[in-house]
Structure formats: C-alpha cells, structure tokens
Design a protein around this ligand. Structure first.
Ligand SMILES: [Fe+2]
Ligand SMILES: [Fe+2]
Length: 272
C-alpha cells in the first residue's frame, strides 16, 4: 500500500478498525497528491464528533468504575484524534518538503501512529472491562479544530508533539500516580506505557521543528509555528514537571523558556 493511500484510508473510512489499520501495510513511501483534507475525519455515527459535552471526572472520583471508564474513554478519543491528525499532516504537507525529508518525516510519524493505535487499544480494552463501549459517551474534536490552521510540518509538530503530546507527559504521569494510589495498577501500567511512548513523540517533534525551521533555536521555531490562540502554556499539563521534558531530550534553554512562560490560560479552562 502507498503511504498516501494509507493516510486517506484513516481519514476517509469511518470505522474504528479503519483507523487502526497497521502502518506495516505500507510498503511504498513515494508521495503523490492526496485527496483534499475533509472538514472532519470520517467517523461512524456512534463516535462522531459531538457538540454535547461529557464532563471529565474529577481525580478524586476515579475509584468509581464508571468514572474511571469515562476518563479512559476521553483519553482513547484523543488517541484516535492524534492518529487522524498525523495521517492528515502526511497528506497535507507532502509537498512542503523534499522527497527525502518526506520519507524520513513520514516514517517517524508512522512509528507514532503505530504507538497511538496501541494506546487506543489499551484504553479501549480497559474501559470495555469496566462496562463502557467506545462511542457510549459523546466525543469532542479537540485537536482537529486546529488542523485547518496548520501550514507546514513545523506547525504540525509544534502543536501536536511540542504542545499536546508534551502536555500529555504531565497528564499520563499524573494519572498513573492517581490510579496507583487507589490500587488500580492495571490502569496505571497503561499510563506508564503511554508516558514512555510520548517521550519519543515529543523528541520526534522537537527534531523536526528545529531541523525544518530557519530559526536559531527550538524555542523561536516553536513560537513561530504555533497557530493563533495556542500558546506554550497549553503544553503544560497537571503537575507541570521539567524532568519529563529533560527525559524527552528537549534543550535546556527551551525548558527554561517554557518554565518562564506564563499567560492567563488555566488547566481548568482548556477549551478553545
Ligand atoms: Fe498516544
Ligand atoms: Fe503520542
């Protein structure tokens, strides 16, 4: 299968199984012009983006299996959104770089897609055990809302890897601790896996943002690429921790800028 066909399959086919098609199906990394990116990824009616808002459960309520399943359902939708965004970026920006760079970038994104698919399945099997099916709760279009504004792979990696996935380092670490503290090692172990994979994804993004940009530092390249309405504050999750960024290999000066950066964004008010 050609890489662009694979990415189109993810975006234009509506079933969850379509989004989980293994990247190992791809044997040809030669780019070609793909179909125009849809306004929204195709999704079957039971898990279409919804205006209805489910409320994310409070950390203190997660001993309750219902709330636990609900939290994992949220996380699983974010995994699916990441898969769709990644596939969309490969199609949309295929001709913004040269063919050699395209191949390297898409191989990197592919390994991330494979991880996101694994994460989705881990969450899904856990909330299934707890009595919830995917789509039982309304899902949001959180990451996808920004896709249209992205103009290059630098933009994509800045928002996806250096912002959303970086914030997820804090979140995954934090919730692993919460689940462990209530005796749920099974769920905590899933979050440990996600945390470790996310370190690689953040590193991948940092590499390409720096390498594709003509700016002198990763920080200036990052600031230059973030879309309107998104600031570095968004890359900080609950219990913002510099050590996670160090482990991901982010440069010391980038981490210093990030820890200094403050604006009026609050974790409790994360909606666009
Ligand atoms: Fe993930
Ligand atoms: Fe990721």
């Amino acid at each position: 299968m050609n890489i662009i066909d694979y990415c189109e399959h993810i975006l234009f086919c509506p079933k969850v199984e379509d989004k989980l098609l293994s990247p190992s199906e791809v044997i040809c990394f030669k780019r070609k012009v793909g179909r125009p990116i849809p306004n929204m990824p195709a999704r079957d009616s039971q898990y279409k983006f919804s205006e209805k808002r489910a409320k994310f459960p409070k950390a203190g309520s997660l001993q309750d299996d219902k709330n636990k399943a609900l939290a994992l359902h949220f996380f699983a939708n974010h995994e699916l959104l990441a898969i769709e965004m990644m596939a969309g970026a490969i199609i949309k920006f295929a001709y913004t770089v040269n063919a050699v760079e395209f191949k390297k970038i898409s191989i990197g994104i592919f390994s991330a897609i494979k991880d996101e698919q694994k994460h989705f399945k881990l969450y899904q099997s856990r909330f299934n055990e707890l009595g919830l099916k995917f789509g039982d709760v309304p899902v949001n279009d959180f990451f996808w809302r920004y896709f249209d504004e992205l103009k290059s792979f630098e933009d994509f990696f800045s928002i996806m890897s250096l912002t959303f996935e970086a914030a997820n380092l804090d979140f995954a670490y934090y919730y692993a601790g919460v689940f462990r503290s209530i005796g749920d090692d099974k769920t905590a172990n899933i979050l440990d896996i996600i945390y470790k994979d996310e370190l690689k994804h953040v590193q991948l993004g940092a590499f390409w943002v720096k390498n594709l940009s003509d700016k002198e530092t990763l920080w200036s390249a990052y600031m230059n690429s973030l879309p309107e309405g998104i600031t570095p504050a968004r890359s900080k999750g609950i219990s913002f921790n510099l050590d996670h960024r160090k482990k991901a290999g982010l440069p010391v000066c980038f981490i210093e800028e990030l820890s200094r950066f403050e604006d009026n964004f609050r974790i409790t008010n994360r909606r666009k």
